[in-house]
Ligand binder design. Structure first.
Ligand code: GRF
Length: 225
């Protein structure tokens, strides 16, 4: 667990593969222009040279690196190269933000409880891909997103925070994805702030959040008149 004093921001590497809207929400909350940020983004690393998120990072004046997975013979070699860049940048914590490569056990163990992911579903429901389509097919009335510490099994690990949104009549994959993404952009900075402030610890594979208080009331869908 990161031990943070009030003076020392948590140094974070953000790993991306694509458009980077979650990265953008982190830049807007913790970027170089933000005074007294508890988080300092020291590196934005992409496995894809064409990731749109790299432009967002560069525009914000952040250090960027490309570690192209296609240049490596094995997953192990790729992860070692990433690990080297992350440590060279001085990062103490990793934030996966739409990073679309499976990580090796060695990398995951090396960053245990110091690496988080955001997943577009209310885990443990709908791990994996196509979460919005699967939520629609299942007919769930609440859907959402989850921030969790990363473990070896895909989309598992101690859950730090979740946000729920209603599935509305007439929703399709696009409208539902947009509603969840909006929630992601609020949830990820919130969860990272809690970690940076030292308010999250893992006990018996559960994340305990100090001073956690849920919003009042119950979220009904359909709403009860
Ligand atoms: C998000 O839906 C996130 O939950 C998932 O990948 C997507 C990344 O989107 N892990 P963006 O690149 O942050 O826009």
């Amino acid at each position: 667990m990161p031990e943070q004093s009030t003076l020392e921001p948590l140094k974070v590497a953000v790993l991306i593969s694509g458009r980077g809207t979650n990265l953008q929400s982190l830049i807007d909350t913790f970027g170089p222009d933000i005074a007294d940020s508890p988080v300092k983004i020291v590196l934005v690393l992409s496995n894809r040279p064409d990731a749109q998120g790299l432009e967002r990072a560069a525009k914000a004046g952040l250090k960027t690196e490309i570690v192209d997975h296609k240049s490596f013979a094995t997953r192990e070699d790729f992860d070692v190269a990433m690990d080297r860049e992350i440590r060279a940048a001085g990062a103490a914590f990793i934030v996966l933000a739409g990073f679309m490569r499976l990580l090796t056990e060695g990398f995951i163990n090396a960053w245990k409880d110091r690496m988080i992911n955001i997943h577009p579903a209310l885990l443990p429901a709908f791990p994996g891909l196509h979460t919005h389509q699967r939520a629609l097919e299942a007919g769930v009335k609440l859907h959402g997103c989850t921030v969790h510490f990363v473990r070896h099994e895909t989309d598992t690990g101690p859950i730090i925070a979740q946000a729920a949104v209603p599935v509305l009549p007439g929703d399709d994959e696009t409208t539902l994805a947009a509603r969840v993404l909006h929630a992601e952009h609020r949830l990820y900075p919130l969860a990272l702030r809690l970690i940076a402030e030292g308010k999250v610890r893992v006990e018996a594979e559960r994340a305990i959040v100090a001073e956690a208080s849920a919003a009042d009331g119950i979220l009904f869908n359909p709403a009860i008149g």
